[in-house]
Each structure stands twice: as C-alpha cells, then as structure tokens.
Design a protein around this ligand. Sequence first.
Ligand SMILES: *[C@@H]1O[C@H](CO)[C@@H](O)[C@H](O)[C@H]1NC(C)=O
Ligand SMILES: *[C@@H]1O[C@H](CO)[C@@H](O)[C@H](O)[C@H]1NC(C)=O
Ligand SMILES: *[C@@H]1O[C@H](CO)[C@@H](O)[C@H](O)[C@H]1NC(C)=O
Ligand SMILES: *[C@@H]1O[C@H](CO)[C@@H](O)[C@H](O)[C@H]1NC(C)=O
Ligand SMILES: *[C@@H]1O[C@H](CO)[C@@H](O)[C@H](O)[C@H]1NC(C)=O
Ligand SMILES: *[C@H]1O[C@@H](CO)[C@H](O)[C@@H](O)[C@@H]1NC(C)=O
Length: 582
Amino acid sequence: MEILRRSSSLWVLPILLLCFFINNGVFVDASHKVYMHLQSTTSHVDASKVHRTGYHFQPPKNWINDPNGPMYYNGVYHLFYQYNPKGAIWGNIVWAHSVSKDLINWIPLEPAIYPSKVFDKYGTWSGSATILPGNKPVILYTGIVDANKTQVQNYAIPANMSDPYLRKWIKPDNNPLIVADKTINKSQFRDPTTAWMGRDGNWRILVGSVRNHRGKVIMYKSNKNFMKWTKAKHPLHSAPGTGNWECPDFFPVSLKNKNGLDTSYNGKDIKHVLKVSFDVTRFDHYTIGTYDTKKDKYFPDNTSIDGWKGLRLDYGNYYASKTFFDSGKNRRILLGWANESDTVDNDVRKGWAGVHPIPRKIWLDPSGKQLVQWPVQELETLRKKKVQLNNKKLNKGKKVEIKGITVAQADVEVIFSFTSLDKAEPFDPSWADLYAQDVCAIKGSTVQGGLGPFGLLTLASKNLEEYTPVFFRIFKAHDKYKVLMCSDASRSSLKNETTMYKPSFAGYVDVDLADKKLSLRSLIDHSVVESFGAGGKTCITSRVYPTLAIFDKAHLFVFNNGAERITIETLNAWSMANAKLH
Ligand SMILES: *[C@@H]1O[C@H](CO)[C@@H](O)[C@H](O)[C@H]1NC(C)=O
Ligand SMILES: *[C@@H]1O[C@H](CO)[C@@H](O)[C@H](O)[C@H]1NC(C)=O
Ligand SMILES: *[C@@H]1O[C@H](CO)[C@@H](O)[C@H](O)[C@H]1NC(C)=O
Ligand SMILES: *[C@@H]1O[C@H](CO)[C@@H](O)[C@H](O)[C@H]1NC(C)=O
Ligand SMILES: *[C@@H]1O[C@H](CO)[C@@H](O)[C@H](O)[C@H]1NC(C)=O
Ligand SMILES: *[C@H]1O[C@@H](CO)[C@H](O)[C@@H](O)[C@@H]1NC(C)=O
C-alpha cells in the first residue's frame, strides 16, 4: 500500500492533495501530506525511548508500515514488512525481513526485496506469499516502474532453498507478471493477495483497485505454472462509494471450529471472508460471505454491511493487515500495522514510526456473523510477575488501583459482572447514524451513566492528568441492549493538545448479556494499548504518548462511573518481559 503520496518535485513541503469523496451524501476529504525533504532524514533515536514498545514488533529505528508476505515455512515464521531504511517517515520502501519460531521473538535479517530492476525501480510495495505444491514459496509484490507511480505485479523466489531463513530472494527477468490493462488506473493497482487454487486447478489472486469511487478487487488467474496470469471477466467483488481498496485478503473460515484453513480450501461448512483496507478512511473492513466458485464471485451475507459502516477488524489504529494459514498449529494468523498518532516532526525526532500489533489468531464466531481475534498464545511466555483480584465490588464513582506489576508494560485480563440490566441508559435513536467512535466522544469515561462506563484506566498519571480509558457502556435500544466499547485517547497525553491525533476509538460488541458478564483484555506497552472485548469480538488499538504516565510513574486502575454496582469477578495482570527483537 501507499502511505504518503510522493511528488516528483523535491521542493514540495507539504503538498495537500484533497480528494473529495461522496458517500451517502456525506462529504469526506482525504488529505495526504508529502514530506519529500524528510524522507531521508538521518534518525536520532531518542535516548530516553519513552514511547518505544517492549514486546510489540518494531525495528531499532525508522519507519515501518504494512506486514508483507507472512508465512510459516519449514518450521519458521517469516515476516516481511514495508520499511524505510533511511528515515522515520514513509519513503525509500523496501521489504525488510525477520524470522521467528514463535511470532513474538524475532531475528532481523537483511532486506529481502528492494528496488533494483526496471520492473520495481521506483518502489517495492506490499504483497503476499504463497507456498506452491512441492513446498516452494513464492512472493507476489507490487513494483513501481516510473515516476508516475505506475504499478505492476511482480514475483520473487528464494535464491537458496537450503537456507533455513530464506535470506536472499531473486526477482526473475520475466517480471512483471501482471500489468494493468486500459480499463485499470495504473496508479491504483496494488497489493496482490496470497493465491488460492480453484477446482479447475488454476491459481487465482486479487489486486486492489478503484474505479469511479467504486472500490474493487480485480481477479487474475494463472495455470499451474503460476507464470501466466490473465484478468478474470469480473472483479471478485466491488462496492460503490468506498474509494480505493488496498491490501485485500480473501480466505475461508470454518463454521465448525476455531481452526484455520488453507487459503485454497473450499470444502463444506465454511464461509469466506473478504477484508480490504479502505484507503480513504484508513480502516480495515471485512464482510463474511459466500464464494461462488462457478461464477468466481464473492457475495457478502446480508448480515454484513458492505461499506464504511461495516465491520472492522480493529476499531483503532490498525491498517493494511494480512492473514496467513499457520500449518504448524492449524490456525489462521492476522498481522497488522499500527501507525503513530504523533506529529511527523515528533516521529522524526524520536527516530522511528510504526509498530505491529501482537499477531492474532482469527476465526469465525459461532454466530457466523463476525470474526473473533485473540493474541497468539505464545505471547503468554512473556508474562512475568502476576497480580490477581477476585470478587471486588465497585460502586458508582469508585476506582481501584492495580499495583505490584510494571503497568506500563503489562497484560491485563478482567471479567466484570453486574446483577441487573435495569439501569442501562436509553440509546438515543439519532446515534444510530453515527459511528461508535462519535458516541464514545459524546459519552466518555467521565460522563456518568447507568450500566457503565466501567473498565480500565491505562497509562494513567497519579492524579489523572493523563489516562487512556478502555471501557464498556451498555445502552438499551428499543429491542435490544447495545454494548459500546471505547478506547479513548482524548486525555492520553498533555503533549501538543492541538496537533496530536487523540481519537475516541470505539466499536459495538455483539454479545449476549444473559450471563451479565463482560470480559476485557488489554495489552499495554508504553505507547500502545491493544484491547479485546468479550473474548476478542471487538478489538481496538490505540497509540498514545503520555508524558507523566511513563515507566514506573504509570498507574493502572479499574473504574466504574455507572449507577449500577459492578463486580470485578477476576482480574489477572502480568508484568510483561521484553520480546527479543534485535
Ligand atoms: C507521466 O505522466 C505524464 C502525464 O500523463 C506524461 O506526460 C509522462 O510522460 C509520464 N511519465 C512517465 C515516465 O511515464
Ligand atoms: C545455501 O544455504 C546453505 C544453508 O545455509 C549453505 O550451506 C549454502 O552455502 C548456501 N548456498 C549458497 C550458494 O549460498
Ligand atoms: C488514477 O488515480 C489517481 C490517484 O492515484 C488519480 O489522480 C487519477 O485521476 C486516476 N485516473 C483516472 C483516469 O481515474
Ligand atoms: C438473509 O439471508 C438469509 C439466508 O441466507 C435469509 O433467510 C434471510 O431472509 C435474509 N434476510 C434478509 C433481511 O434479506
Ligand atoms: C507542541 O507543538 C508545538 C507546535 O508544533 C511546539 O512548539 C511545542 O514544542 C510542542 N510541545 C511539546 C511539549 O512537544
Ligand atoms: C495514522 O495516523 C493518523 C494521524 O496522523 C491518521 O489520521 C491516520 O489516517 C493514520 N492511519 C493510517 C492507516 O495511515
């Protein structure tokens, strides 16, 4: 994917490209700033490293964005990612490469793919890996061939199959494999998916694109040799008014259990998932649906909204995600990118930008209506000192502090319960048109409620000058209860009140409240708060930059600002060790 539009002029700083966009009568403008002068700025890594993470994936310095070509191959996990070797903002992008045995601790290697040939001289952008029969990995990626950002799809193969880490990759001279035909906008044609094989024995991939604001995934097919690709008659899917689609991901999920399925699997008792990254809104959306192999078309279920109001993998800073099938543990793993919410100048000053959220296992909820995500179990090997709380009652306006662990670098799991739903506030019908995030901005953690708000105050300073609350609030709509989950950065930092991005991220949690319980897990890591509501039905990642609530000056509280008394049934919280990353 593309993050900041480049310009051929060296002196543009910054240019604002305003792209006006109409959706359901709403005007939205997407502005993309270009900072050519900063793209090669030498990094000065902030000595204090206040906001660097301890166990989230990030290289020692510089800019990162999309995870690319993740795969499990001969017992090793491979992660490639978009990386600027020369600075802390987008530019000079290569495929950096790390390998791991557990998805948490990583060994950095030399970049695997970088601009060097006529078919990628101006850029090596995102793509995916496919393991071909005979256990042969192949990478498909987007190459940029000229200053007009003309995009083509290329492939690369390992130079030495005996190297357990597959350090070197070759880009054969029969590239590019796919170029845009006249009907396709050549500068909006990128991010090939992992290939899947149809019943006819032909391979298929998707490439993200757009035409007249209609986002689409163009399908290409190749015979077994993977080298001869032709465009299918129709896109696999498209949706009006959604803008450009980046980083598509298309995969089957089981209706029977939480196991993952190989991308080519197409047996009984499955659904398909189409995930795309909306370039305009910068969120990762998905639908659940049916893949009609005869028509080679995908049809979202009528329970999945096919547009900006639809389901998101994560309601926070989470973009350009990609899954892969982990044949070692029979699961599907989701990787993503969480960008900074700080100013570009601060990114340059601190010398790095971007982290990857913890890899998540992903599967279909038994309802068949949504996906569920949970941090990979391997993360738990980093859990150190533990504190626990049981059966603690919290009346309105009360909070309890969790002490005895490193709360700025922690993993917290809590189960809340309550005895009645009677005090749930009415859901204002006019909010039905709003995004959950807008409702959270109106009904923040300090706005007293009926049933909720209750939850965690993470990365809090002693006197609450700074804090990032992650909480639930339960409303009664005319026919059902609506559970709002918020991760609210609006009071997360005293720094640069006006220029920092401090959204009140939120999503609804489609959960049955019959047992009058709600669970929450938050992975807190200095500038990351990554939260999972109701066992991973709703996920929200926030990036925050506290100035007081840092290291051992950070505090963690459980709070209740609702009239209904809440019980903390159990709370387990662990200090987290650093992951080995370098
Ligand atoms: C880029 O596009 C412009 C305008 O269409 C054209 O004049 C120019 O030749 C193109 N440059 C390249 C390298 O394709
Ligand atoms: C291929 O990798 C193996 C294992 O690392 C190594 O012994 C061998 O020298 C490599 N071959 C080449 C041509 O680099
Ligand atoms: C192609 O996409 C670019 C944005 O990358 C846009 O500026 C241009 O107008 C598009 N071209 C056409 C023919 O739609
Ligand atoms: C949605 O689709 C199901 C079948 O998949 C059907 O039974 C149901 O009536 C549909 N609902 C609506 C509102 O169209
Ligand atoms: C906040 O931003 C302003 C303007 O960009 C800058 O002058 C100031 O130094 C910043 N303050 C902090 C604490 O970073
Ligand atoms: C992350 O940064 C914030 C603040 O600059 C932007 O508003 C987001 O659009 C951006 N997200 C992505 C995916 O680029």
